[in-house]
Design a protein around this ligand. Sequence first.
Ligand code: F6R
Length: 604
Amino acid sequence: MCGIVAFIGDRSAKDVLIEGLTRLEYRGYDSAGIAIIEKDKIEVFRAKGKLSILKELVADKELTASIGIGHTRWATHGKPSYENAHPHFSNHIAVVHNGIIENYLQLKEELIQKGYDFKSETDTEVIAHLIDSLYEGDLFDAVRKGIKRLKGSYAIAAISEKEPDRIVVARYDSPLVIGISEDDVFAASDIPAVLNYTREFIFLEEGDVALLRKGSIKIFNGEEEVTRESKHIDWNPVMAEKSGYKHFMLKEIYEQPRGIIDTIRGKYSLEDGKIYFGEIDFERINNIKKIVIVACGTSWHAGLIGKFYIENLARISVEVDIASEFRYRNPIIDEETLLLPISQSGETADTIAALRLSKKSGAKVVSICNVVGSTIARESDGVIYTHAGPEIGVASTKAFTTQLVSLFLFALFLAQKREKLSRDEIKWYLGELIKLPEKIELVLKHDKYIERIARDFINFKNFLYLGRHYNYPIALEGALKLKEISYIHAEGYPAGEMKHGPIALIDKDMPVFVLGTKSEIYDKILSNVEEVKARSGIVISTVTEGDEDIRGKSDYVIEVPSCIDELTPFLNSVVIQLFAYHCANLLGLDVDQPRNLAKSVTVE
Ligand code: F6R
C-alpha cells in the first residue's frame, strides 16, 4: 500500500529516491513522484502510471539536491492520476503519505474555510495544508501539532524549503523505518528500499515523530523525546534483486529450498530428537487451552494447514480466522488463548487489529513473520521469524512455504513440550523434514514441463482446484495464485465438497487441477477424479512418483517425489506456483505487479 522514501545526507537525493522507489514499487504502482530541495527551492516531479514514466521524466535532469522525499502510490482516495500523485504541497511544504486519514473531509472543510485551495482528491493534500496552517517557523513543531489532528493511519515524510536541512517523518499504523549510514539518513516504508546503502535500521513506534538531519536523528513520542535502538538487518541487497530471473516471483519460487533451510536452521537437533524455540518462553504459554490463528490471503492458507499440524501433532484445539472477519465477530479470547498471527510483511492492517484486540482480552501472542522490526513482530510476546529474505513479487511464494515450515516445527515443539510425541517420533519427523529442500529442488526441475502444460490452458476462462486434508488449503492457494496474477477465474474446493455444488460446473471448458499426491485419503481423491472425468472435465494432477492410478485417469500429470502426508503441501505448492506463474507470463501479464494489488495491505 503505497511506498514512501526520504533521504538527507551526502548523496544525490534524486538517485537515492529513484532507487528506493524502484525497490518499493511492489507496494503500489498507480503513480509516483519525488520532491527535492534544489538550491533552496522545492522541485516536484510526478507521473501517473508506472515508475518507469517518472524515471524517464527525471533521467536527464541535472539535480544536485541531497534532500528529498518520494512516493509510489496505491490509490485509496482519488483515482490514479497526475493530480493525485504524491508529493502534495502547500506553499513551501511538500508531503508524502502512506495510509488513510479517516477525518480528512472534516479537515478539508476547515482548511477550505481558511482559504486553502485543493488540487487533488487525496486525503494527503489535507496533511500538507494542515501542516502549512500550523507552521510558525519550525517544521518539526508543525508536524507534531498536525498529527494530533489526524484520525486514521499514516506514515508521513515532510520537507519545507524554508528549512532545507531537515526532513520530518511520523508514523501511526503504517510502517516506517529509518536507515542510518554515517551522515546519510534514510526513511522508508520497507527495508529493501535502502538496503543498498545501509543495514542499520531504527523501527519507529506508533505515534513517533522524527526529525532527520545529516548524521542526526531526534525522535519524539507525544511530548517526550525517546530513544529507539537500531537493529542490524542481515538481508543483503542482492536478495532484493532479480539476479537474472525474468521476474521476482520466479526467483522467489526457486529460493524456497534455501528459505526453508534458513528458517529451520538452529531450531532442532536431529541427534537428540529435540526442537528448540529460544524465541518463545514456553512457560508463558504452558497453560493455553486453544490456539487462534489469524491471517489474510496466502498467510491464511498457511494457517489452515497449521491447524492440521498443531491439532494432529500437539493435540491442541486450533481455530483459524481471516483477520478481517475475526475482529468484527466478537471472538471468544481469554488468558488461556494463544493468538498466532501469520504475516509476511508484519504490517497487514487487519492482522494487526486482530492482534491488538486479542491482547486486550489477555491472550498471549506468538507471531510468524518475515520482517524483523515490523509492527506485528514488535507487538507480539514472541516471534518465529521466517527467513525467506525479502519477498518482492506481489504474489506470495517463499513466504508461504517458510510459514508452513515454521508451523510444522512449532507443532512439533508443542508436541514435545506437552509430551504428545516421543523423542523417536520427533526424530522421525525431523528426518523427513530435512529431506524436503532436496525434494523441492526435484519439483523445480519440472519448470519447463509445467510451462508447456500452462501453454495449453492460457485461453481458458475458469479453473477449479481440488485438494483434500493437508492439500485442501493448497487448492485455495492454487486458485488464488492463478487469479491474482493471470486474471483467470479460479476456485479452490475441498474435493469432497465437489458433489455438493461445484460439480455442476464441470464440463470440457472447466479444467480441474487436482492435488493428487499419495496420502491417507488418496482413494477418496481418486474417486473425485473419476467424478470429474465422467463429466468430460479435463484433469491436471500432481502425482507421487510411481503412482499409476491417478496418472491413468488424468489428462496431464506432474510428478513429485514421495514424502509423508504432512509435507505434501510443500511439493504441491511449488507446482501450483509455477503453473500460475507460467500462465501469467505466457499471457504477457505483469507478474510481479498484478493490477489493483499491492504487496502489503496496510489499510483495512
Ligand atoms: C497473495 C498474497 C496476499 C498476502 C496477504 C497477507 O499472494 O500475497 O494474499 O498473503 O495480503 O499479507 P501478509 O502475509 O504480509 O500479512
